[in-house]
Design a protein around this ligand. Structure first.
Ligand code: SAM
Length: 396
């Protein structure tokens, strides 16, 4: 049993006690990220961007949103032509963070295709009230201009009612996961408990649930992986993304005709569930630094884990999605004109060297192969007519 740091907030201790004294890692991650009063996202404490705790692609500059909007535009035009209906199309963003991506997309359309703003509605699905506040602040000027931007829960959308493009940038990596530990020749879940004497949080092995065992067994059977890997040492640990399939299922149900773009940190199964990846991928961020101890300062840091490439593709296929393609972010953005954008910055900002340099740095970070450039773009589609072929400029 590992002892965790002493800075255990009272609100969390109360919750654990209320739930019988021990909670799963899944519940711990859910509370510290999504508790509406004290969680990192729930309370709105999350601070994204170069001056915040960590950067996401859209939080650095509008260039990511500009390039992605070119792709969204191409998809919307094709969906419109396929449908040949007058119904409004939509762009829906899951987990919109501080609103940077949505703001960048609207800005793209104001500059490049104002007409489309009359024909497209913009929807944000965000469960965390604190983040909704930030998004409304960021999008205030567009709301004032009368653009059709609404916040909805997924349940509020009708089944098979959605026509358009759905985006989820760094959302699956923020969904709570179970942590699985190899101990004494068996698999356990990591639990979080309170030490009776010191009152400090402690890590405790708890039994696997049947549902979890079943989900791992299905993945092992379909994807030729072994969990834990052969000869895994005592304490080998990984994560299990119990929510991803349900999330995909919920999204699938709502789409009539549309494209889903999931962008995230991702690892291939053979690297994810390998001997060398002996502590999984879960990390915590604060002030642009990685914090190895995922129990540090609960509710004040981001917690994130990679998705598994094959499991995500297999889950979406099982549900009925077509996979249009999977491409690395660096390649996708280069195909959408990142190099030209770099050149334009040079011309546009001749008079403001420091602004030009910081935008240039942000653009290069987007394609950096050891960071954001290695993110994967998973492009899935659901069309009533399954034979429909969609062009995607982001895939060469
Ligand atoms: C890592 S941040 C990414 C923010 C933004 N997409 C970006 O790239 O800048 C994760 C976002 O997902 C939201 N989130 C967490 N759970 C979610 C869920 N079940 N559905 C939709 N959004 C969720 C968080 O509140 C937060 O806004």
């Amino acid at each position: 049993m590992n002892s965790l740091p002493a800075n255990n907030p009272e609100w969390l201790i109360k919750k654990i006690k209320k739930m019988g004294g021990t909670i799963s890692f899944y519940d711990y991650m859910n509370f510290v990220l999504n508790d509406q009063n004290d969680g990192y996202y729930g309370s709105g404490k999350a601070n994204l961007g170069s001056r915040g705790d960590y950067v996401t692609s859209p939080s650095m500059s509008d260039d990511f949103a500009f390039l992605l909007s070119k792709q969204i535009d191409e998809w919307l035009i094709q969906i419109k032509n396929i449908l040949s209906i007058d119904e409004k199309l939509s762009v829906l963003e899951f987990g919109a963070g501080d609103g940077s991506l949505m703001s960048g997309i609207l800005q793209y359309y104001i500059v490049n295709n104002k007409q489309i703003l009359k024909n497209v509605s913009f929807i944000i699905v965000e469960p965390n009230k604190g983040m909704i506040r930030k998004q409304k602040q960021k999008l205030e000027k567009y709301l004032q201009l009368g653009f059709d931007i609404v916040w909805r829960s997924l349940d509020e959308l009708g089944d098979r009612s959605f026509n358009g493009v759905i985006l989820a940038n760094e959302v699956l990596d923020a969904l709570p996961v179970e942590r699985i530990i190899n101990s004494k020749g068996k698999l356990y879940r990591q639990g979080v408990s309170i030490d009776k004497d010191s009152g400090r949080l402690i890590s405790k092995e708890i039994a696997m649930t049947n549902e979890l065992k079943k989900s791992i067994a299905i993945a092992q059977e379909n994807l030729n992986i072994t969990i834990p890997p052969k000869d895994a040492p005592e304490g080998w640990t990984t994560e299990w993304h119990t929510d991803n399939k349900n999330w995909l299922k919920g999204v699938y149900k709502k789409i009539n005709n549309g494209i889903l773009l999931v962008i995230d940190y991702a690892k291939e199964a053979k690297r994810y569930y390998s001997l060398s990846n002996n502590n999984g991928t879960l990390i915590s961020y604060k002030n642009q630094k990685i914090i190895e101890n995922v129990f540090e300062s609960p509710g004040n840091c981001d917690l994130t884990s990679h998705v598994c490439v094959e499991i995500l593709i297999n889950d979406s296929k099982t549900l009925g999605f077509e996979t249009i393609g999977v491409v690395k972010q660096g390649e996708a953005l280069l195909s959408l004109g990142l190099a030209e954008r770099l050149f334009e910055i040079k011309n546009e900002l001749k008079n403001d060297i420091s602004k030009a340099l910081s935008r240039r740095e942000a653009l290069l970070r987007l394609v950096d192969p050891i960071c954001l450039g290695d993110f994967k773009w998973f492009i899935f589609s659901k069309f009533k007519n399954k034979k429909i072929k969609i062009n995607s400029s982001c895939i060469r």
